[in-house]
Ligand binder design. Structure first.
Ligand SMILES: Cc1cc2nc3c(=O)[nH]c(=O)nc-3n(C[C@H](O)[C@H](O)[C@H](O)COP(=O)(O)OP(=O)(O)OC[C@H]3O[C@@H](n4cnc5c(N)ncnc54)[C@H](O)[C@@H]3O)c2cc1C
Length: 287
């Protein structure tokens, strides 16, 4: 439970963080909230020679309006995402999801960027990033790069993030008709199953739906069978209930562990898909 010895440096800017990381010759790691990295270091599953602290870089945290889109800095702690008035008004699903993460200690130290980079299969943000169709903004010495959330989450603890890149922010268009529903692991509050659903409705018809799932498979995925079943249909609870039945039907390798068997998780995916879709329906303007 004692980590290997390491050096500690504090970065003053994104460029400084990238330079400090490069100077370690790829043996260093960024640390933000430390709520995923430090436990790994204690088990010696990760043994960085240098920790580069990015938690106090000016401008890396914060929620802002950028030309009508919402940008959340990678260094924003979960509590500040959960309580952001901009998110609460314009994209409440993101704030509500942040509010479900862990406990007050975790929410006051853990960051959005740390969660996305770590990509725990039971993390909450990945599902909602898929549902709001977020862009993940990255930087390296080679310049900036933008990856759609739908391409970012690739496998167990694996994302489209090179070792020399830093996540600077995520950006998405406001989505009001969206909701997140999760079956909590009671001790940690990680998701046993978590579903985020967003509906785009025009002229009384669902033009498109985006449904993100976390907790059940190695990484967050879109429930495309549900999305396809909703497109072009009327936004009613009957339609949603029918589509939700398809949730998870095409998933292979659903996880079974000490928290929930594969059978239980499979049974819960449609249940929580329906809850998330019902939540999104409830946010549609009254007809
Ligand atoms: C008791 C407990 C309960 C928890 N419950 C939940 C829960 O219910 N739901 C949930 O989703 N999560 C939960 N978490 C995880 C929590 O949200 C973490 O804070 C989060 O996963 C990691 O964020 P961090 O800022 O602490 O990252 P760190 O631990 O500092 O870093 C994690 C990894 O990301 C890298 N990294 C950090 N920031 C960046 C960046 N900007 N760019 C590139 N790489 C970066 C680091 O190098 C490291 O590899 C829980 C954690 C604990 C300890």
């Amino acid at each position: 439970m004692i980590p290997s010895a390491f050096e500690y440096e504090r970065a003053t800017s994104v460029d400084d963080a990238l330079a400090k990381l490069a100077a370690t010759g790829a043996t260093g790691k960024f640390i933000a909230g430390g709520h995923s990295l430090v436990p790994l270091m204690k088990f010696r599953l990760n043994e960085p020679t240098t920790l580069i602290d990015i938690a106090r870089i000016p401008g890396l945290a914060g929620v802002r309006d950028v030309d009508g889109a919402i940008e959340v800095g990678a260094g924003t702690v979960h509590h500040d995402v959960a309580t952001s008035s901009l998110l609460r008004q314009q994209c409440p699903v993101v704030a509500e999801t942040a509010g479900t993460i862990g406990d007050p200690q975790v929410r006051n130290r853990g960051t959005l960027g740390g969660s996305l980079a770590h990509a725990d299969p039971a993390a909450d943000y990945p599902a909602v990033m898929l549902a709001v169709d977020a862009e993940i903004h990255l930087r390296s010495s080679r310049g900036p790069r933008v990856v759609p959330a739908s391409d970012f989450f690739q496998d167990l603890f694996t994302v489209d993030l090179a070792p020399d890149e830093i996540i600077t922010a995520v950006r998405f268009a406001p989505v009001r008709a969206a909701a997140y529903a999760k079956l909590y692991q009671r001790a940690s509050r990680f998701a046993i199953v978590g579903v985020a659903a967003a509906l785009d409705v025009a002229d009384g018809v669902i033009r498109s739906a985006r449904v993100g799932l976390t907790g059940a498979v190695s990484h967050a995925v879109r429930l495309t069978a549900v999305e396809e079943a909703l497109a072009g249909r009327q936004p009613t609870s009957e339609v949603v209930a029918e589509a939700a039945q398809l949730a998870g039907s095409d998933l292979e390798d659903v996880a079974g562990d000490i928290h929930a068997s594969e059978t239980y998780r499979r049974a819960m995916v449609p249940v929580f898909a329906k809850r998330a879709l019902d939540g999104a329906l409830a946010r549609l303007p009254q007809r």
